[in-house]
Design a protein around this ligand. Sequence first.
Ligand SMILES: *[C@@H]1O[C@H](CO)[C@@H](O)[C@H](O)[C@H]1NC(C)=O
Ligand SMILES: *[C@@H]1O[C@H](CO)[C@@H](O)[C@H](O)[C@H]1NC(C)=O
Ligand SMILES: *[C@@H]1O[C@H](CO)[C@@H](O)[C@H](O)[C@H]1NC(C)=O
Ligand SMILES: *[C@@H]1O[C@H](CO)[C@@H](O)[C@H](O)[C@H]1NC(C)=O
Length: 609
Amino acid sequence: MKGSASVPLKRGWRGLVVAVLALVFLSMLVPLVFLLGLHNGFHSGYAPEVQSSDAGSGFRNYDPEDRGKIPSESDTSKHLDELIRRLGPSISKEVGLPAEPKGSNNSEGLPIPPMVLPKPLPVLNGDKGVASDELEKSCQLEFGSYCIWSKEHKEDMKDSMVKKLKDNLFVARAYYPTIAKLPAHDMLSRELRQNIQEFERILSESSTDADLPRDVEKKLQKMEAAIGKAKSCTVDCTNVDKKLRQILDLTEDETYFHRKQSAFLYQLAIQTMPKSLHCLSMRLTVEYFRSQLIDLEVPRDDIYEDPTLHHHVIFSNHLLASSVVINSTVMHAMDSGNQVFHVITDGQNYIAMKLWFFRNSYKNATVRVLNIEDLNLTHSDKSDMFLTLSDEFRVSIRRSVDKPSSIQFRTEYISVFGPKHFLLPEIFRNLKKVVVLDDDVVVQRDLSSLWSLDMEGKVNGALEYCGVRLGQLKSYLGDNIFNSNSCAWMSGLNVIDLEKWRELNLTETYQNLLQHNRRGGGELSRVRSLPANLLAFQDQIYSLESSWVVSGLGHNYGVDPQTINDASVLHYNGNMKPWLEIGIPKYKGYWKKFLKRDDPFMDDCNVNP
Ligand SMILES: *[C@@H]1O[C@H](CO)[C@@H](O)[C@H](O)[C@H]1NC(C)=O
Ligand SMILES: *[C@@H]1O[C@H](CO)[C@@H](O)[C@H](O)[C@H]1NC(C)=O
Ligand SMILES: *[C@@H]1O[C@H](CO)[C@@H](O)[C@H](O)[C@H]1NC(C)=O
Ligand SMILES: *[C@@H]1O[C@H](CO)[C@@H](O)[C@H](O)[C@H]1NC(C)=O
C-alpha cells in the first residue's frame, strides 16, 4: 500500500473525534425530541425513516426501536460500543430508506420534515397554501419525472396512469423488505419482486401514459393482487401497515400527496443507500479513530503531483462504488504502478474512505482520498464546498425533429459533469491531463492508451451522444449561440486536457453561463447545469470511439451482451444502479465481480449488494 491520505489530519483529529461523538449524541437526541412530541406537528413515526440529504448531518438513520435510549454522554468508550452495537447487522430491518443522493445538490425538495433538515424546505414544510404554483413547478422539474419537460408541452402531458403505477410501486416497495424476510412467504416475496422490477422497468422508460406498453392494465392488476396478498398477512406485517399509514397521514391533501409521493419514490429509487452500507461507513469511521492510523499516514505529494503518472479522478460519496471503479481499473491495467487515483468525497465519507483505501491495496496503484470541504480554491467560496457528482438527466424530446407539432416524445438519458467538476484544473494545479471516471462505471480493459490519445486540441475526450442534439434542447439553451447539430456528450469516462482547459478559461465560461441562465429563467440550479455544461464544452469535445463505453446499464434492459463484453467501460447511468436492490439483475454481475471479498467490516455490516 502506498500513501492514501492527502491532508495530514494530525492536528485536527482530536477535534474530529469530538465532532463524531457529538453527532452520535445528537443522533440519539433527535428521536427523544420526537418521543416528547417536540416536533413540528408531524406524526412521529415518519421522521425516523427519512433523512437529510444534507452533507453536514452525520447520522441519518434512526432505528425506531432504539428511540429514547440515551447513553451517558460522559463515557466515551461506552459510546463507541453502543454505536457499534447499534450499527450491527440486525439494524437493517426496515423499509428501504432514502439516502445518499447522487450529488448532494438537490436537497431543496426532499420530502422531509423540517425537524430533520437544517435548511428550510420549500416542498414539505407542513403549511398548506405554500406558494403552490412554485411548488408544483419545482417539484416537477426537480423530481416529478426526473427530467426536464419541454416547457410548452408541459400541460399536454397525460400521466394519470403513470402516477397510478408509481403509487403501486411505492406501496409494493414498502411491503417488500418485510415480506422478503419471512421464509413462509417465499412465493409472495418473489411475486412482489417481479412486479416491482417490472414496474421499475416500465417507469424507467415512460414518463407519460402514451409511452406505456399496451398491456399495462393487466400488469397493474397483477401488482394490485400481489399488494393485496401482502396486506393480508396481518400478523407479520402490522409494522409495514403502520409505517404506510404514518406516511399517508402526513397530509390530507390528495393532490399534494400525489406529488410528494412521486418525489419520495424517486428519492428511494435513485438514492437508496441500504442501511448496511451506512453501517459500513460508520464502522470504518469509528475504527479509524480507534486505530493508530493517524500516525501512519504518509502523504505522497511526489506521487500525487507527478505529471508523468496516469491520474484518475473519481467524485464519489459511495465507498464500495469507488472501490469497484479502482479495482476494475487496476485489474486490467498492464502496469498498475504508474496509476494514481484521486477520490474526491465529502466530509461525511472522508474518514471511512481513508481507512478503506488504507486497508486495501489495489495492486501497485496509489489511492488518495480528498475531502472537498478541505480544499482551498479561489473559484469557490468555503461555504459552497459541498460535493456534487455527475448529474444525470432524463430528457423528453420530440420523436421527430422535422415535425414540431408531433406530440410523440422519447426519453433520453444524459449525464454531464456536476458543478464541482469544473474545479478540476484548480484542484490539480500541477497536472496536465486526467481521466475522470464516474463512480457508476466498471472498467474492463487497460486504459493506458487514453494517455497517448491525440485529442486534436480539444479539452474533453468523451462519448458523444447524438440521440440528443443541441437543437432539440432549444428551450433550455436560451438565447445563447450554439450549433443546433452538435451532439450531447456523456460523463462516465472523460479524458481531460487540463492545460487546454486553463488556457480557454472554461471554468469561467461555465460559471458565467450558470449566472446568465439564472437571470434568464430563475429556475433550479440542477436544471441550469445541463445547458451550461453542454455550452461550456461546445466545440471542445473530442469524440471517443464508441467501443470505449457502453452506457445505459442503469436504465436500459435491452443492451446487447456482446456489446457489453466488447466495451472497455460499462456505465450504469440511470436509476437502477448495480448496488441497489432495483439494479437490473443481468448487469449486476459485471459490477459485483470487483467487490472486495471476505472483508470483516463488510461481513459485520451484512453488506451484500
Ligand atoms: C509491483 O511492483 C513491484 C516492484 O516494483 C513488482 O515486483 C511487482 O511485480 C509489481 N506488481 C504488480 C502487480 O504490478
Ligand atoms: C487549506 O488552507 C489551510 C489554512 O490556510 C491549511 O491548513 C490547509 O492545509 C490547506 N488545505 C490544503 C488541502 O491545501
Ligand atoms: C483567460 O483569462 C486570462 C486572464 O483573465 C486572459 O488573459 C485570457 O485572455 C483569457 N483567455 C481566453 C481564451 O479567454
Ligand atoms: C478486487 O477484485 C477481486 C476480484 O476480481 C477481488 O478478489 C478483490 O478482493 C478485490 N479487491 C479489492 C481491494 O476490492
